[in-house]
Design a protein around this ligand. Structure first.
Ligand SMILES: *[C@@H]1O[C@H](CO)[C@@H](O)[C@H](O)[C@H]1NC(C)=O
Ligand SMILES: *[C@@H]1O[C@H](CO)[C@@H](O)[C@H](O)[C@H]1NC(C)=O
Ligand SMILES: *[C@@H]1O[C@H](CO)[C@@H](O)[C@H](O)[C@H]1NC(C)=O
Ligand SMILES: *[C@@H]1O[C@H](CO)[C@@H](O)[C@H](O)[C@H]1NC(C)=O
Ligand SMILES: *[C@@H]1O[C@H](CO)[C@@H](O)[C@H](O)[C@H]1NC(C)=O
Ligand SMILES: [Cu+2]
Length: 650
């Protein structure tokens, strides 16, 4: 361990070269974002028409280099990985990928992307697309014909997916809603109209007005709370947490928090203290939500295309909201800002988009009462306090809570909360008893069908349990019959036992949960506990797994084939991060988790990545209107023979 002097040298070294709490995975600073766009604008691309920044993020340094740099060795410390940014711009009708070396202030690579799919939309594009219908003559006529007032119409651009077209362009389809004094825009769709917009030229390229449906009323659609936030004090513990730059230290955990336009919160280099050795041991190199997939189950002309990939098409970081004290985060929360690049490539501050707080579950993290010691009643236990890092992404109508929760027992819980307003469709029905045909959803209010759909939040989990070399183990519970030979010795006829299977290749890394009892573990086959068990972490889903019910030949399924299994384990590859592909707008499923996994690489005792789909089949119910009470899901990664005993006892 460092002596105080060594620690001081180390701190001075960091402070001098890089800023006091530098970490190689720190998100780009506002200065670095500005510098990147400045360099791009000065290049040949600066002369092209419509230079727009769609992606601007840290070009993640080589993992080996990062890990070496993080080793606590102040004298032999290697130079910090060079700061580089990865940029995707659109200019002259093409998609350009660039890598900028920020230290040398130069472009180190530049190429035109010619594959399928497009980068995320910018907010300016989405804003302009939302305003376009309001000046489009055919639309104005449709609104007038419906006896509606165009000043009270709001349109929203929806991404369109891919349905086998040979050539595609960057398109959105606008759906329009009638406010008429109401704040819940999404509950009053003007049904029957589809407006296709070419986003590059920002023109309406197709317009159809096929039918009319009654406009759902305003009654009962106000989602504003009538209650004041309840100020409470939760005197959780006196340990508290420390945030130094992007590094967080709390109880027995230390980790790094980042924020990117695409993923939102990222957790990196999470390590947990071993109470026996007093050393931190590695658990996870990087974790974040990688893609979301929200396909609606209505195949009709106005609805079939609604198969959203919110992270690749919009960005969860870009959609992050300012968190509200006492509602989104408790009184004891610390709020953190993030920075993203705007469409012009300059840094934009996103204030209070993350919060960090200690959470008291008001359960015990353990307890025991012992009454069998003569003359004594011995009771022990501890309050269950954990540390939560939270963000909320509001993507159009939906709001997603995303939590990373660090527990003193060594577990990491990932929590997802779904709330917001459902995407609804206008109908002439006012009572469920009138409905005889398929309406593709539930009548949740008069003239209002909430359409059936799914949500899949796919988590990227680069676990490095006690080192890089990890394996996937399926611990299967098998029923054993007590054989005739033993009949006389045991009245029992059966029991269950555990049969462990280690996955060899990526084909074994696709795990169907729920069809048989099985526990999924990521182990380090080269590390054992004192008494010889293989160290590992196991996955504990909070709900029965939800996987896609679409047929394999359906286009949304071709794009999101990775929703067929809840768990995937792949070989680590720095470029394989986004489950639905990097260019997921109008993607064709040719880049993405399912394709990478089909390479069938070896995954035994290798650097591996686990992917977990937190899925929801959403059949809407009346209580989901006008705003949906938060629905929770998630999973826990829990130490399993990682420690020598209960880390809460130490
Ligand atoms: C980045 O550029 C924008 C636009 O020029 C400017 O407003 C902002 O202050 C810059 N930020 C930094 C940290 O230099
Ligand atoms: C249309 O709405 C606008 C703004 O909401 C209002 O000022 C105007 O009077 C309305 N026009 C008609 C014809 O109702
Ligand atoms: C919280 O702690 C403060 C000061 O330690 C104390 O005055 C207050 O009563 C406590 N509140 C609760 C709800 O326990
Ligand atoms: C079953 O019987 C065999 C032979 O008698 C014995 O070796 C074995 O230990 C017994 N197993 C159990 C579970 O009792
Ligand atoms: C890493 O992933 C990229 C994208 O899938 C692929 O092109 C490349 O061949 C992979 N590299 C290795 C070493 O597998
Ligand atoms: Cu839903």
């Amino acid at each position: 361990m460092n002596t105080p002097i060594l620690a001081l040298v180390f701190l001075l070294q960091c402070a001098l070269t890089l800023g006091l709490h530098f970490h190689p995975l720190d998100p780009l600073t506002p200065q670095e974002i500005n510098k990147t766009s400045f360099i791009v604008k000065k290049s040949h691309l600066g002369n092209l028409k419509d230079l727009t920044f769609h992606y601007l993020d840290l070009d993640e340094p080589n993992k080996k280099h990062v890990l070496q740099w993080l080793l606590p060795n102040p004298f032999k410390k290697p130079p910090a990985p060079r700061r580089r940014s990865l940029v995707v711009v659109r200019a002259g009708g093409q998609t350009h990928e660039l890598i900028i070396d920020l230290t040398a202030s130069k472009i180190v690579s530049s190429r035109i992307y010619t594959g399928h799919g497009f980068p995320p939309f910018t907010f300016i594009e989405l804003f302009r697309a939302s305003k376009l219908p309001l000046t489009y003559p055919s639309f104005k006529k449709s609104i007038l014909d419906r006896d509606l007032n165009i000043s009270e119409v709001s349109c929203l651009p929806f991404t369109v997916g891919w349905y086998g077209e040979i050539t595609t362009r960057r398109e959105v389809k606008a759906s329009c809603f009638y406010r008429d004094g109401s704040v819940n825009v999404f509950t009053r769709p003007i049904e029957g109209i589809t407006i296709t917009i070419d986003v590059d030229s920002m023109r309406v390229v197709k317009y159809s007005d096929r039918f009319r449906k009654p406009l759902p009323g305003k009654e009962g659609n106000d989602f504003r709370t009538k209650h004041k936030p309840f100020p409470f004090s939760c005197n959780v513990s006196d340990t508290g947490f420390q945030i130094l730059g992007n590094r967080v230290k709390w109880a027995n955990w230390k980790f790094h928090v980042g924020f990117t336009a695409r993923a939102g919160v990222t957790i990196s280099t999470a390590s947990v203290l071993d109470p026996r050795t007093k050393l931190f041991r590695r658990v996870m190199y990087r974790g974040h939500v990688s893609e979301t997939f929200v396909p609606y189950m209505d195949p009709t002309n106005e609805w079939y295309f609604r198969t959203f990939m919110d992270i690749g098409e919009f960005g969860f970081g870009k959609s992050a909201v300012n968190l509200q004290p006492l509602i989104d985060c408790p009184q004891n929360a610390a709020f953190l800002d993030g920075h993203i690049a705007g469409p012009d490539g300059t840094a934009q501050r996103m204030t209070n988009v993350m919060c960090v707080f200690e959470k008291n579950s008001y359960g015990a993290s353990f307890r025991h009462t012992e009454i069998n010691v003569p003359g004594q009643v011995i009771t022990s236990g501890e309050a269950d306090i954990s540390l939560v890092v939270r963000m909320v992404a509001t993507v159009g109508n939906y709001d997603y809570f995303l939590d990373w929760e660090f527990q003193k027992n060594g577990a990491i819980r990932v929590g997802v909360g779904l709330t917001g307003v459902l995407e609804v469709k206008a109908t002439s029905y006012t009572s469920n008893e009138q409905i005889t045909d398929c309406v593709y959803g539930s009548l949740v209010a008069k003239n209002t069908i909430a359409v059936n759909h799914d949500h899949y939040l796919t988590y990227y989990l680069d676990l490095d349990v006690d080192g890089n070399g990890n394996s996937l183990v399926k611990a299967k519970l098998k029923t054993v019959r007590v054989t005739d030979v033993n009949k006389t010795s045991s009245p029992r006829k059966s029991y269950w036992t555990v049969v462990k299977e280690t996955a060899k290749t990526e084909a074994d890394g696709r795990v169907k949960l729920g069809s048989e009892p099985v526990e999924v573990l990521i182990v380090n086959p080269t590390k054992k506990t004192k008494i010889g068990n293989t160290v590992g972490y196991r996955l504990i889903p909070e709900h029965l797994p939800v996987t896609s019910l679409l047929t394999d030949d359906d286009y949304p399924e071709i794009r999101a084939g990775y929703t067929k299994y809840p768990v995937w384990v792949t070989a680590y590859n720095r470029s394989e991060r986004w489950a639905g592909g990097f260019y997921s707008d109008r993607s064709r499923g040719d880049d993405g988790l399912a394709v990478w996994s089909s390479r069938n690489r070896e995954i035994e005792n290798k650097d591996i990545v686990m992917w977990y789909n937190v899925g929801f089949h959403h059949i809407p119910y009346q209580e989901d209107f006008p705003v949906m009470p938060t629905l929770h899901g998630g999973f826990t990664l829990r130490p399993s023979n990682f420690f020598d005993n209960d880390p809460l006892i130490g």
